[in-house]
Design a protein around this ligand. Structure first.
Ligand code: AMP
Length: 215
């Protein structure tokens, strides 16, 4: 089963993807994570990507489609979760072609609905564990012991460079201009379903489960 989690920054795509990885053995393909990794490399591409991401703009279609294409070779196990990809109509078309070439289908596109004010609050308090990827929030989901990950005990807790008010505004603008047209695109293809991304994490997870169980 291959699915897309679609929604603005902070909608909870990564959190829900991690739950699906644990519960269903699916594979999370997050272009944001891939780009953050590329950014660390001491290359011209890494430096360009870092600048674009810091401004909250989208990286070129060519780069992200290339990253996804590399991951689509071979056996994709329990199914793929596209998290943060596609973000433009050109990326959506490319994904359709890549899946078709593999003889694979897109089974569902889940829109995580949230409102902008809630996003700003969520994103500005967010931090993650650099070791295991667990996601926390200053107010709504703090660690039990300050500075220590509840899951793996690591002290490597980090905030993303682009989780600040300025970048977030730009990221939201990019979402509404370039990514939200995908809702109409997938609605017309017949595979769009919405869940209430503002509910608590387990409630959203239950809604996602219901969508997948009904496929
Ligand atoms: P994310 O972790 O999904 O919020 O992505 C962080 C940043 O990576 C975005 O603000 C973009 O700069 C870049 N990015 C991630 N995925 C894509 C994509 N599919 N297309 C273009 N840029 C992307």
């Amino acid at each position: 089963m291959n699915i897309i989690l679609l929604g603005p920054p902070g909608a909870g795509k990564g959190t829900q993807a991690k739950i699906l990885v644990e519960e269903r053995g699916m594979i999370q393909l997050s272009t944001g994570d891939m780009l953050r990794e590329a950014k660390e490399s001491d290359t011209e591409m890494g430096r360009r990507v870092a600048e674009v991401m810091a401004r909250g703009e989208l990286v070129t279609d060519e780069i992200v489609i290339g990253l996804i294409e590399e991951k689509l070779t071979g056996d994709n196990g329990g199914g793929l979760i596209f998290d943060g990809f596609p973000r433009t109509l050109a990326q959506a078309d490319a994904l359709g072609e890549l899946l078709e070439k593999k003889g694979a289908a897109l089974d569902a596109v889940i829109e995580m609905r949230v409102d902008d004010e809630a996003l700003v609050a969520r994103v500005s308090g967010r931090f993650t564990c650099g070791n295991c990827g667990a996601v926390y929030h200053d107010e709504t989901r703090p660690t039990k012991v300050a500075g220590v990950c509840d899951v793996c005990g690591s002290h490597d807790l980090k905030r993303r460079a682009d989780d600040n008010a300025e970048s977030l505004k730009q990221r939201l603008m990019e979402y509404y201009k370039k990514t939200s047209p995908l809702l109409g695109y997938y609605y017309c293809k017949g595979n769009l379903t919405g869940v209430d991304g503002l509910s608590d994490i387990p409630v959203v997870a239950a809604q996602v489960k219901e969508v997948l169980d009904n496929l």
